[in-house]
Design a protein around this ligand. Structure first.
Ligand code: SF4
Ligand code: ZN
Length: 288
């Protein structure tokens, strides 16, 4: 077997083993893969389809100029070629504005939030809403080993233990029927390996970063881990192993303090009276 074929087989087996070990997806599940047109989500969509899961794709267009235009074109073509149904949701349609417009409006009210923070909250909200409408059993995301190790270190260095309790291949603390569970089958697969797989398969994806990804803190942690990895090759795996060893204990601790409410405005599940999406949208509403 050629080394490329061997690499492809190993990556696919790693995904299979991760799904089995953490019971991420069952063969009966309707699975919605949250795709961006990037290498991670395209890879996991392809692998799950190849493994025979009942997959559809959902993409949220945050309307970030040519970046999202090209990604959207790529992922639409990919889905067509691979016979995957794709659902497209847009910030403009759902919220009335593009991501950058929303971030500027929030800034004009005196709040300086990172585009990725705003994008993450608004995107997760729409994905949950639509996956519930589409009766999906699971939402799959393209999070890989590097993403998880970075998230853990970011939380640790900011002393946010409760945020680390929300990580893991099957995240979430309180199960609510209005939350469609999100799972991460690429949990043990490094970013480098995902990129290699995507290049071998010649997926139509852009490899650059999103122009709005200006989170200096995450970049710092990413660079630090990549530097450390040169001398300590297992560092990211070890971080994730440590996380998994402690995860259930942290979850139990948080469960004692956490309550899920229904947002007073939109009725979606929320940890506060008004959910974070409604709080953000309050900033962008035109005065009547
Ligand atoms: S990098 Fe940030 S702004 Fe860009 S799509 Fe991802 S979350 Fe949104
Ligand atoms: Zn709300």
């Amino acid at each position: 077997m050629s080394s490329e074929k061997e690499f492809v087989r190993k990556l696919e087996n790693k995904v299979k083993d991760t799904i089995k070990k953490f019971k991420l997806i069952s063969p009966k599940d309707k699975v919605l893969v949250a795709v961006s047109g990037g290498k991670d989500s395209t890879t996991i969509l392809y692998v799950l389809k190849k493994l025979g899961y009942n997959v559809e794709a959902i993409t949220v267009d945050a309307v970030i100029g040519t970046y999202t235009k090209e990604n959207l074109k790529n992922i639409k073509n990919f889905c067509k070629q691979n016979n995957v149904k794709i659902h497209i949701v847009s910030f403009k349609k759902a919220y009335g504005y593009s991501l950058n417009e929303i971030v500027s409006l929030i800034k004009s009210k005196g709040w300086n939030l990172l585009p990725c923070t705003v994008c993450g909250i608004l995107r997760r909200y729409l994905i949950n809403l639509y996956s519930r409408k589409l009766k999906a059993d699971k939402v799959v995301t393209g999070h890989n080993l590097d993403d998880e190790a970075q998230a853990f270190m970011m939380n640790l260095l900011k002393n946010k233990k409760e945020m680390n309790a929300r990580l893991g291949p099957y995240p979430g603390i309180i199960r609510d029927p209005k939350f469609v569970p999100r799972v991460k089958p690429l949990y043990f697969t490094s970013e480098k390996d995902v990129e290699k797989y995507s290049r071998i398969m010649d997926f139509p994806v852009k490899y650059g970063r999103c122009p709005c990804a200006v989170d200096a803190y995450r970049n710092y942690i990413r660079n630090m881990l990549n530097e450390l990895e040169k001398d300590y090759p297992d560092i990211k795996q070890n971080i994730v192993k440590y996380l998994l060893k402690n995860l259930s204990k942290w979850k139990k601790e948080i469960k004692l303090t956490e309550k899920l409410l229904a947002c007073k405005k939109c009725k979606e599940p929320s940890r506060s009276e008004i959910c974070r999406t409604c709080q953000l949208l309050n900033f962008v509403k035109k005065p009547s």
